[in-house]
Design a protein around this ligand. Structure first.
Ligand SMILES: Nc1ncnc2c1ncn2[C@@H]1O[C@H](COP(=O)(O)OP(=O)(O)OP(=O)(O)O)[C@@H](O)[C@H]1O
Ligand SMILES: [Mg+2]
Length: 249
């Protein structure tokens, strides 16, 4: 039986800007069960990133409740929160956020450096395994500038996976990528979701990307406009297979 991994109740987030208050989130409530693949859509400024940052414990709501795996995050100390975030959540951003002049392998090892229980040898082994899982076994020693955008995003996904989180949060993770590379990343997300049971919350403003998820939450002006199950979820792997072959030139 699936259980609730996320539960948010009447979440609001205000930003005070001088004499003005921006109401970025105006009362949002929903649950996500373990193993769901949810996309969050909405136009620019509708509150997607604000919401994702709160879900990832990078930011706190002005008011409202957030339970992560049954734990009320409000009751946690800074250290406890950092620990929970490290163990449960992997982040993927639009701009990859990799360290330049640092190899793929070292970038993926990074989150494990904060974990004193993991030896250097185990760190290396887990980073190798994570890069293999995103099909970059032949790019360990490449630095970000020596990788394509799609490869950099796969390194970022490997880094998000290396702590074996239960949930992946992605903010416009395909935003800088062409269609083919986007489908490639979505095929990887679908595999992580179906084969490994990872819960995924994926922010996008592209409907054709949302079609790969099983549920879409549409935001508008900081509120939920629609929350729908996707009955006709598309397979990114099949889409890729049916794309015309890339011309050699
Ligand atoms: N740190 C901040 N300080 C002040 N206002 C903010 C801050 N972060 C976000 N906002 C405001 O909150 C609203 C929601 O912003 P948010 O970044 O969540 O939008 P978004 O849906 O992610 O948009 P986009 O698709 O452009 O990324 C916007 O009006 C934005 O200007
Ligand atoms: Mg955003």
């Amino acid at each position: 039986m699936s259980k609730k991994i996320l539960e948010i109740k009447d979440l609001k987030r205000d930003f005070i800007m001088g004499s003005e208050t921006v109401h970025a989130l105006r009362g949002i409530s929903f649950n996500v069960n373990t193993g769901e693949f949810v996309t969050i859509m909405g136009s620019s400024g509708s509150g997607k990133t604000t919401l994702l940052n709160i879900l990832g414990c990078l930011d706190k709501p002005t008011i409202g409740n957030y339970f992560l795996d049954g734990v009320d995050v409000k009751t946690l100390s800074r250290d406890e929160l950092a620990m929970l975030r490290n163990h449960k959540i992997g982040f993927v951003f639009q701009s990859y956020n990799l360290l330049p002049r640092t190899t793929a392998l070292e970038n993926v090892e990074l989150p494990l450096l904060y974990n004193k229980d993991v030896s250097a040898a185990e760190r290396r082994e887990r980073a190798v395994h994570a890069l293999e899982a995103v099909k970059l076994a032949d790019r360990f020693d490449h630095t970000p500038s020596q990788l394509s955008g799609g490869q950099q995003q796969r390194v970022a996904i490997a880094r998000a996976l290396v702590n074996e989180p239960v949930m992946i949060l992605a903010d416009e993770a395909t935003g800088n990528l062409d269609s083919r590379t986007s489908y490639d990343i979505m095929a990887l997300m679908q595999e992580l979701n179906s084969a490994q049971g990872k819960t995924i919350v994926f922010v996008t403003h592209e409907p054709d990307i949302a079609a790969f998820s099983s549920r879409t939450i549409q935001l508008r002006d900081g509120q939920i406009q629609k929350d729908t199950q996707n009955e006709n979820k598309r397979s990114a792997k099949e889409m890729l297979e049916n794309l015309p072959a890339v011309e050699d030139y």
